[in-house]
Each structure stands twice: as structure tokens, then as C-alpha cells.
Design a protein around this ligand. Structure first.
Ligand SMILES: NC(=O)c1ccc[n+]([C@@H]2O[C@H](COP(=O)([O-])OP(=O)(O)OC[C@H]3O[C@@H](n4cnc5c(N)ncnc54)[C@H](OP(=O)(O)O)[C@@H]3O)[C@@H](O)[C@H]2O)c1
Length: 495
């Protein structure tokens, strides 16, 4: 994406102020942060991006930004990340920790951040949290958003708080939940909570507000509700999408409204896994609408309607131009996710299939990188799908996550229940398993030149210690040989 396109995407009604000083963006690998960084760079800001782990992918993604490695749970790392920073965006979210753990983790993270910012005399913190009236009984997720805001603004550093309801954009969790429910259900059940009111906002308007408040001194130390043009019930949000997609659906009111059951069902029917659907859907009983529109005077522009945001999200999907997705943030198991090349000893269980071919490495690699998502696994798709369904039932990520984009693949991108650990053009694709497993697993696609031809290899690596893990490996071994045999042939055929 070039700078001009980036600027025209976010037409902010204020003048860029790079003279303010260095800006830190936390949560840069996440959905919102990942879109904010290029927008700030395009406006001329000097940006330091905070990530939890160093990766070559970050330098490729943000070549003009500084990269700082820090974890909000580690105060010392935060102090160096905040050194020399004028304004720090706080876009940290720990939803993937699940409903039981995230609330405490979020408060601790915010406290550490505020203290480190005070120590480094940061001038301002800008936080994007959630809408919700503390006078009402908020869901744990919404309550935690408010608590984080309180924590951040309770110190010596001036804070600007933005509060949003659900964000609609390509790759946003809420959009993918609504879209997949509409696409997959012939009958839409309307429980009581479907009448709750919400004011969704387009992700591009969120980015405009995040930049707009940085460029306006009038926003220092203040909190603002931000929302799109419409206040809608969840039922009317679903109806709008049904009409946009030109579908016919039967809407049936139901008395049963247990949110835990609905969120579990949503995790089975949509790509978004249970820890996220449970946190997000628990808030469906709370109205989330802007209580005041002061932001419209300070950062004046006309926000998009819900329908317009849906159209934009669908357009980006059609164009295969989904810039960030909810699946970009690492799962909690990531910290334990040792890379294949980092293991002290190579995994003792492996299964591989190889084929010699005259096809060029470029064509083979292209074929490999189109694997998964809507293209499927080229053969025996039902077996892959069955494994995904099994995982979903066990509250795992399942295979419905698909891919963010179909034309490109980068380190950390999700491919069904895998995540890209390594990718080397025309040579290698290494995927790490994120499904529920009694061990660690990787799937490697490799292209090696052999006497003027190319050898294409698909190899599974599995590391386990327990009896359950060993049983699992031997149980699936016949399937591996059967699947891999076809997989190499299909990749070669499609190249
Ligand atoms: N998305 C929405 O629909 C929505 C709606 C309203 C408000 N918001 C607010 O917007 C903010 C950003 O949300 P998002 O959807 O962009 O979140 P997200 O996609 O889940 O990303 C969360 C980010 O936080 C980082 N993170 C988590 N724990 C961390 C830690 N201990 N130290 C350092 N980084 C950590 C993650 O890094 P890793 O990649 O290393 O895990 C990731 O970059 C949140 O405050 C959220 O409440 C979002």
C-alpha cells in the first residue's frame, strides 16, 4: 500500500503534527493497531511499534518504523519501549486468554503501562476501549474496558480515552461473526437480547478518530464516545446484512436467551473461536451507544453508516485486501510455542512424502501458498474439515478460521488451524499447529533442487512425551500417509 492510498483512505480533518515527537503504538500486531501504524507513518509521524516478540516479519511490514520488544506484563521492558516517547497508543487486548483470565490480566497490564509512562514522562496516552454504562451491570469484557480506562487516566500522564462499540471492517471479529451466522443459518433465531441497541463503527472511522485526537490538543485528558451513523438493534444489524447479501432468511423469535449457549454455537458456526465469542457475546445484553457526541465537534467528519461499513468490508474481502484480522494477534499458547528450529532435538515423530518434478520452484511455491481457506487442501478436504470440527467441539480454533488473504501469505498468518512459522520464497513454508493436540506439531512444505529438477516434500513433525500423545500420533499415521500422498501430487498438478 503506497503512502498516497493510505492518506486517501483516512482523510482526517486535521493537520499532521509530526513535530510533537515520537509516537508509540502498542497492540500493533492486533486488529486496530495493525491499521493505525501505516496510517501514522503515511502522515509523517516517527513511529515506534511495540511487539511482544521480535520477528523478521515486523521489519518487512513496517520498514520505516522502529521496533521495540516489550510485554505489558514486564515492567522493565515497558520502560525501554516508552523511552523518548511523546504519545503512546494503548491498544492492548487479551481476549484470547478467555473469560476467566483476561479481566485481571488487563488491569495489571494497564497499571504497568501507566507507571512506566509516568517514569518516562510520556506526554499523553491514547486508549481505545469499549462503550458501556458503569451504572448498569456490564459484562466482564465491557467492565474490563472501563477499568482499563480508569487505570490509564488515574496517573500523572494525561490520557485521551475513546470508547467504541463493535467495530465493523474486513477481518473484524464482530463482522465475521455476523456474516458467518447469516451465511450459515437458514433460520435466524431472535432471542430477547437481539433487541439490545448498539452503535457500530467502521474501522476506518476508528483510525480517523485515533489520529484526529492526537492532532487536537482539545482532546488531551478527555474521554469521548465514538460511533457510526446508526443506532441499531442486533436484529436490525443482521437484517441489514441479509438484505445486502440478497438472501432470504426466516426470523424466528425464541424465548431462550442463554448467552453462553449462543456464544458456544456461534463459535461452532463462525471462524471466531469460543474464548472470543464468549467475551464479546456476553456484552450483548448491554446497550452500547454513544451517550454524547462531543467528538464530532473536535474531530469533525461524517462517520459511515453501518450499511456503508458492511459494503466496505465486503469490498475489501472481494479485493483480497484484508489488511488486519482478529486472528493476527497471537494465541496465549504462543509464548510456549517453541519454533521447530529452536527445539534442542528434532521431533522424534515424522511422516513425509516427496515427489520429483520438472515444474519450476516458483510455480510449486505459488501452489503451496494457496493452500487452506476457501481453496481447501486440494484433496481429502473432508478429512481436514472433520479434524477442524473435532477441534471446535473441544473449544479449539478449528479450521474455519481460513486465511486473511488468498493471494499472499506472511509469517504469523493463519491458515485454518495452522499459523505460518516460516516462509522462504520458492523454498519453504512451515506451519505450526494451533489445534488442540497432546503435543506440538508442524507441517513443512519444501522445494529442493535435484539434478536440474525439483523435489517437493511435505513433512509432518510431531513432538510428544505422554502416552496420549503417542497414541494420537499412531492413530493418525495412516491418515497422514494417505493425505500427504495426494497432497504432494495435487500441489504438483496445480503448479
Ligand atoms: N476489535 C474490536 O471490535 C474493538 C471494538 C471496540 C473496542 N476495541 C478496543 O480496541 C483495542 C484494540 O483491540 P484489537 O481488536 O485491535 O485487539 P487485538 O486484535 O486482540 O490485538 C491485541 C493486541 O494486544 C497485544 N497484547 C496482548 N497482550 C499483550 C501484552 N501482555 N503485552 C504486549 N502486547 C499485548 C497483542 O499482541 P500479540 O500479537 O503479541 O498477542 C495484540 O497486538 C482494545 O482496547 C479493544 O477493547 C476493539
Amino acid at each position: 500500500m503506497n503512502q498516497k492510498t493510505e492518506l486517501s483512505r483516512y482523510e482526517v480533518p486535521s493537520r499532521p503534527r509530526p513535530e510533537l515527537g515520537k509516537v508509540l503504538v502498542t497492540g500493533a500486531t492486533g486488529y486496530v493497531g495493525g491499521r493505525l501504524v501505516p496510517a501514522l507513518l503515511a502522515r509523517g509521524y516517527t513511529v515506534r511499534v511495540m511487539v511482544r516478540a521480535a520477528s523478521s516479519e515486523h521489519h518487512e511490514r513496517w520498514p520505516r518504523a522502529e521496533i521495540a520488544v516489550a510485554d505489558t506484563a514486564d515492567f522493565t521492558s515497558l520502560v525501554s519501549a516508552l523511552d523518548g516517547i511523546h504519545t503512546a497508543y494503548y491498544l492492548i487486548h487479551s481476549l484470547l486468554l478467555g473469560p476467566k483470565q483476561f479481566e485481571a490480566a488487563e488491569i495489571l497490564n494497564a497499571r504497568n503501562f501507566r507507571r512506566a509512562a509516568e517514569l518516562k514522562q510520556v506526554k499523553r496516552i491514547i486508549y481505545l476501549g469499549g462503550l458501556g454504562d458503569m451504572q448498569t451491570a456490564l459484562s466482564a469484557h465491557l467492565r474490563s474496558r472501563v477499568q482499563v480506562a480508569e487505570e490509564l487516566k488515574g496517573g500523572a500522564v494525561a490520557a485521551t480515552i475513546l470508547r467504541a462499540a463493535i467495530i465493523i471492517g474486513s477481518g473484524s471479529a464482530s463482522y465475521e461473526i455476523i456474516k458467518n451466522l447469516v451465511q450459515n443459518l437458514p433460520v435466524i433465531f431472535i432471542p430477547r437480547w437481539a433487541k439490545t441497541r448498539c452503535q457500530p463503527i467502521a474501522v476506518r472511522d476508528v483510525i480517523k478518530y485515533l489520529i484526529g485526537v492526537l492532532e487536537s490538543d482539545a482532546t488531551v485528558g478527555r474521554a469521548f464516545d465514538i460511533g457510526g451513523k446508526d443506532i441499531l438493534t442486533y436484529e436490525s444489524m443482521i437484517r441489514t446484512l441479509v438484505s445486502l447479501l440478497g438472501r432470504k432468511k426466516l426470523f424466528v423469535p425464541v424465548p431462550f436467551s442463554n448467552l453462553t449457549v449462543y456464544s458456544y454455537l456461534a463459535s461452532l458456526l463462525t471462524p471466531v473461536p469460543a474464548p472470543i465469542t464468549m467475551c464479546l457475546m456476553a456484552g450483548l445484553k448491554n446497550d452500547v451507544v454513544c451517550l454524547d457526541n462531543a467528538i464530532r465537534r473536535v474531530v469533525p467528519f461524517e462517520p459511515l453508516s453501518y450499511r456503508e461499513s458492511l459494503v466496505l468490508a465486503m469490498t475489501r474481502e472481494e479485493q483480497d485486501d484484508v489488511r488486519t484480522r482478529w486472528s493476527d494477534a497471537y494465541p496465549p499458547a504462543w509464548e510456549l510455542a517453541i519454533k521447530l528450529r529452536e527445539l534442542k532435538q528434532p521431533p522424534e515423530y515424522t511422516a513425509e512424502r516427496a515427489i520429483l518434478t520438472d515444474k519450476s520452484a516458483a510455480r510449486l511455491f505459488r501452489s503451496i501458498t494457496h493452500i487452506g481457506g476457501r481453496e481447501g487442501w486440494f484433496h481429502s478436504n473432508w478429512l481436514w474439515r472433520a479434524r477442524g470440527i473435532m477441534d471446535r467441539i473441544l473449544l479449539g480454533v478449528g479450521s474455519a478460521r481460513g486465511r486473511k488473504m488468498y493471494s499472499s501469505l506472511s509469517i504469523n498468518d493463519v491458515v485454518d488451524f495452522w499459523r505460518v512459522e516460516d516462509i522462504q520464497a520458492e523454498r519453504l513454508l512451515l506451519l505450526r499447529a494451533e489445534m488442540k493436540l497432546p503435543g506440538r506439531a508442524w507441517l513443512e512444505f519444501r522445494i529442493d533442487p535435484v539434478n536440474g529438477r525439483n523435489r517437493l516434500t511435505v513433512k509432518a513433525y510431531y513432538q510428544t512425551r505422554g502416552l496420549l500423545g503417542k497414541t494420537y500420533w499412531y492413530m493418525f499415521l495412516p491418515f497422514h500417509y494417505f493425505i500427504f500422498d495426494d497432497l504432494v501430487k495435487q500441489i504438483e498438478k496445480r503448479s
